[in-house]
Design a protein around this ligand. Structure first.
Ligand code: SAT
Ligand code: MN
Length: 584
């Protein structure tokens, strides 16, 4: 393919001089190109062919066993000033990055092909879409980028001869965790990633570009780049509403985005616009409109079944790449929580023999599927909408065994920003490190905000100050509250529609809430209960707001806020003080 963009050509030349690939391939994004990438990976053993009768066009990749999740301790923001990375990000100066990490790319692509992957984040027709180019020596990354983004010609056509694109440099390096770095240069819109071939570390369009770099662009340009799913609900009366929801990785964004209404709530329809990232821009009417910058799903596999998420399951039935799942003797993918019980023998995610009752799971807990959005039965046609969908409600949420009620509504945009800023959640297998530890994860952006989180909250507040803004209501949910028996109290999954339905009725102004110190909580009986088996005691537990527990939470919040010094916005401090007062 011939490239007309001189800036891109020059950059590719510089990089190939430094990394010394055997060959350079400019990706056009065509099917033929994808097919040949797949063939090469099948030959080299990077991919394994799954059962093509039942899973046509589906393949399995086993990553290096030491490279199975995002690595937050190796992820850095390389702003000129440390203060601009803020207290929640690792920081490295651009000079140190050049001295320490740039040498890791030297000759790194010897014996490999360099793939130049132009991609567009966002719909082809959208003025809000952005171009990036990822240069990588991993054919697995190139193939996954074709599923996850609009890749190749469409991006180059958008770029024209402009210099306005995010430059991502990626090499597998030697896959050693000691030489693994994921660096972001917000001022120059660059990303360097070395030493990992996995997901968010390597598919640079996703977290690195669409969140870390884009969050900085969004601040500069007056919009929001958020870790949020986007869904549409049509009510039995035919009214359509749109909701964005921010939950940390592996806390159910994909499941909520693909929700199937329970049989006891006929007439509702849920459609999926996105499952992970949302870019929100103001429309002429003062409302916030969301586009999904992605074109595919990189979803968690374990726990996915016809009970929990039939739409995700259907999405993976063709033209998908599975990473780190187990494989049956019939070459079917298998994982913990699958509809079918494990057969007597499996090949586990590391490629070893596995039998039921073994001391480790067959599929890695963070095993993933990469599937085109177009495969999803619930996909909305608005995935391609140029202006995006108008957002009626923003939902924050996390995994909290205790404390947070099933749902509450904030008092205002400023209070909603505080609710997002004080989010906390138990950690999951999506990142390396301990699982199940409660940590603060503001707006589910802790690992993804490309600048000082204090400035980020300030930016959220400034969105609320825009003259003429007609802002969505802001809610908080917790599907994960546990009873004294340690079990989840709320059934979750399809029944979460009942909570979304309550939100919509609040958006319409229905008197269905009672005021508490933390916000508006549903009045008893205001969440649709037909066909649901939740006892009165459980409702008490689900909707409880215990002031003493919240006072304790407030001291944790204060500890967290103290890290920000004078970067903590006045509006956030005001909300903190008002909450303290309401709690007594
Ligand atoms: O590995 S990814 O960052 O793409 C998935 C996630 O952690 O949300
Ligand atoms: Mn995510």
């Amino acid at each position: 393919m011939s490239i007309v963009n001189k800036k891109l050509e020059t950059w590719v030349k510089e990089l190939s001089d430094w990394t010394k690939p055997d060959a350079v391939h400019f990706c056009d994004g065509s099917q033929a190109e994808y097919d040949s990438l797949i063939s090469r990976m099948l030959e080299s053993g990077t991919l394994h062919r799954l059962n093509q009768d039942q899973f046509p066009g589906c393949y399995l990749h086993r990553s290096d066993p030491g490279d199975v999740a995002r690595v937050e301790h190796c992820t850095f923001i390389c702003s000129q000033k440390k203060e601009d990375a803020g207290p929640t990000n690792n920081w490295m100066s651009p000079d140190d990055a050049r001295a320490k990490v740039w040498p890791l790319f030297k000759d790194a692509m010897k014996g490999r092909t360099m793939y130049v992957v132009p991609y567009l984040m966002g719909p082809e027709a959208s003025p809000f879409s952005k171009v990036g180019v990822e240069i990588t020596d991993s054919p697995y990354v190139a193939a996954n980028m074709r599923i996850m983004t609009r890749m190749g010609k469409v991006a180059l056509d958008r770029l024209g001869d402009s210099d306005d694109f995010v430059r991502g440099t990626h090499s597998l390096g030697d896959l050693s965790p000691e030489r693994r770095f994921i660096l972001h240069f917000p001022e120059t819109r660059e990303i360097w990633s070395v030493g990992s071939g996995y997901g968010g570390n390597a598919l640079l369009g996703k977290k690195c570009h669409a969140l870390r770099i884009a969050s900085v662009q969004a601040r500069d340009e007056g919009w929001l780049a958020e870790h949020m799913l986007i869904l549409a609900i049509t009510t039995p009366a035919g009214e359509k509403y749109h909701i964005c929801a921010a939950f940390p990785s592996a806390c159910g964004k994909t499941n909520l985005a693909m929700l199937i209404p329970p049989a006891s709530m006929p007439g509702y329809k849920v459609e999926t616009v996105g499952d992970d990232i949302s870019w929100l821009n103001f429309g002429d009417d003062g409302r916030l409109y969301a586009i999904n910058p992605e074109n595919g799903f990189f979803g968690v596999v374990p726990g996915t079944s016809s009970k929990t998420n039939p739409n995700a399951l259907a999405s993976t039935k063709k033209n998908s790449i599975f990473t780190n799942v187990a494989e049956t003797p019939d070459h079917l993918p298998w994982w913990e929580g699958h509809d079918d019980p494990a057969p007597a023998t499996l090949t586990d995610w590391k490629g070893g023999e596995w039998h039921p009752g073994a001391d480790h799971p067959a599929a890695h807990p963070n095993s993933r599927f990469t599937a085109p959005i177009a495969n999803c039965p619930s996909a909305s046609k608005d995935v391609e909408s140029a202006k995006g969908v108008p957002i009626d409600a923003i939902v924050f949420g996390g995994r909290r065994a205790k404390l947070a009620p099933l749902v509450y509504e904030s008092f205002s945009w400023q209070h909603g920003t505080f609710v997002g800023a004080t989010m906390a959640s138990e950690t999951t297998a999506a990142a390396t490190g301990a699982v199940g530890v409660v940590r603060r994860d503001p707006m589910a952006m802790l690992p993804f905000c490309g600048y000082n989180m204090g400035d980020y909250w300030n930016h959220w507040l400034s969105i609320g100050d825009k003259p003429g803004a007609k802002l969505p209501k802001v809610f908080h949910v917790n599907w994960f509250k546990r009873g004294a028996d340690g079990k989840f109290i709320w059934p979750g999954f399809g029944d979460n529609l009942r909570v979304l339905d309550w939100m919509i009725r609040r958006v319409k102004g229905e008197d269905a809430a009672q005021e508490t110190p933390i916000g508006y909580v549903p009045k008893r009986g205001s969440i649709a209960e037909n066909g649901l088996n939740v006892s009165a005691e459980k409702w008490d537990e689900l909707l409880k707001v215990a002031a003493a527990d919240w006072r304790e939470e407030l001291s944790g919040i204060d500890e967290f806020f103290a890290k920000f010094g004078d970067k903590l916005p006045a509006g956030i401090r005001e909300e903190r003080d008002a909450l303290a007062k309401r709690l007594g």
